[in-house]
Design a protein around this ligand. Sequence first.
Ligand code: SF4
Ligand code: SF4
Length: 219
Amino acid sequence: MVPEAELTRKLERACIKAGADIVACADPIVLKQLSPHNRPEKFLTAIHTIVVVGIHLYDLVLDAWSQPPGAWKGYQFADQILEGICYRVKDFLGERNYASVVVPYDGLFLKDAAAVAGIGPIGKNNLLLTPRFGPQVRLRAIVTAAPLACGTPVTSSEFCLGCQRCIDACPAGAFPEGRYDRVTCETYQLHHLIKISAYSTIWCNFCIESCPVGQDSKK
Ligand code: SF4
Ligand code: SF4
């Protein structure tokens, strides 16, 4: 059996080689304690670790959604890239006889899993804040029976102390009393879609673009 730390290092290298900008492991028990709605074991009974991978949305096109007429949302272009990375991770684990499942995008609260993996906190803008790329990232997860070394959970955002740029920048007032209101946000977004082609849209991004975290990496 390959020691946990060595297997984790190899997996991280495989993820980066496959195109991931972010990779870290979360303990499913801690995730369920901090975020009870998450049930990662429904994807794999013998779960030991959640691998969270992410890419930096460095280009506006990566942030776009395919949006056929009348559809709520199609797919986000970055998800196609992430899915390829996840299946490379699955191959890596399978070659070492570890079961794994690529979790559907909405199968887990990915921000929570990323925070438990130690990638970064969830900020006042209700988004994951990565030290390098700020909130401008897209995530996916793989659950696996492999015993990997998990990160230290981040439960509060030091970045947000004394800051509320995202709240001030929100044109919808979607942070009444400082807390994110999904209905207000989504209603505003649906009425302000930016079309970049006949079937492609960009959704409101003010709370991402106004955040100073990871500013150097901003598009
Ligand atoms: S803009 Fe400021 S308050 Fe909002 S998420 Fe970023 S650091 Fe936190
Ligand atoms: S996406 Fe737009 S409307 Fe929604 S919270 Fe962010 S800034 Fe406000």
